[in-house]
Design a protein around this ligand. Sequence first.
Ligand SMILES: *Cc1c(COP(=O)(O)O)cnc(C)c1O
Length: 392
Amino acid sequence: MNRPHRAGRHFLQIPGPTNVPDRVLHAIAQPTIDHRGPDFAALTLDLLPAVGRMFGTAEPVIIYPSSGTGAWEAALVNVLSAGDRVLAFDHGHFAGLWHELAGRLGLASELVAGDWRRGVDPAVVHDRLSADRRHEIRAVMVVHNETSTGVASRIAEIRAAIDAAGHPALLLVDVISALGSIDYRHDEWGVDVTVGGSQKGLMLPPGLGFNAVSAKALDAAARGGGPRSYFDWAPIIAANRSGSYPYTPATNLLFGLRESIAMLESETLSAVFARHRRHGEATRAAVHAWGLEVLCHDEREYSPALTAVVMPEGHDADAVRSVILERFDMSLGAGLGRLTGRVFRIGHLGDLNDLMLAGTLCGVEMGLTLASTPIAPGGVLAALGRLGTQTP
Ligand SMILES: *Cc1c(COP(=O)(O)O)cnc(C)c1O
């Protein structure tokens, strides 16, 4: 590692991990404490209801020392067992990965055909469940904010579709890249298990996974589920009652979590969500002014957290990303799976203000030009027009 020092801050504009604010870094840097002592118990007892507010739930939230993928697995093994039928929807890379994980756990997971430029269609959910007269489908798995495409599915409408079909399937939702950046209501929307992660909207480093669980999910877990040990909700919920864990928790990340929730709540969640929506609008204004396409095809489903930009035919998104990294020290998200090379993703979630977004879009515009992408100038100006005229 003999690279010369680069002045200024790296721009980490991938859609997660996101920029970790200094306040959170400082909180994490406190001395580790005894996880069986009174200070830790007080921390947990304060933290659990606060985490619940992030999910819009008064039900239990289990916090794992794991990546989001671990929390995906936890959601499945607690309520489902080998051979159970589940539905997943092919509308992006992460939805497909969760489906594959379900298959490896022995679940009979069906990947319903979909469109990577749209979210999960509530009408398709309704038709699939209505056709399942014997109620063999045990769960429906939906990624709320599909981080590979910048498309946010309409969870409340999907819930309504399940209810309209009169079907008892559990609704499992991945909010790993939506939590803390897009409005979400676990209780109000009747979600059974919501899966979260720390390193995106919550502005923390990677390392925490979450399951918010409904009474119906807890009941399914008590009566069945798959073989499980580390991920079993029951011993964790029992230990949490006295503020502890059945294993050594990620103490310092929990210090960080307490701080990040304090920051989000002092800004207020509604202002946080509005900020992300504005940043999404400003970014799309830039993309359209450049004459490029936003991958998401349905304006009801534009993600407030990230924007995937489609490259013109014959131009490589990864070439643009590497010019931008080399020249401007900014990381952008790559196209994943079938989108490799075809799109790049601008993350605008987490600890981001108007000038950081403006700087990000400047880097993208200059990088597109340096990589000889045919664009119209003026994307940044279009974005500034949005940012400078709208009240936050
Ligand atoms: C990041 C992400 C994941 C994977 O989380 P890891 O922490 O990398 O395991 C899953 N789903 C979505 C929607 C994501 O954005």
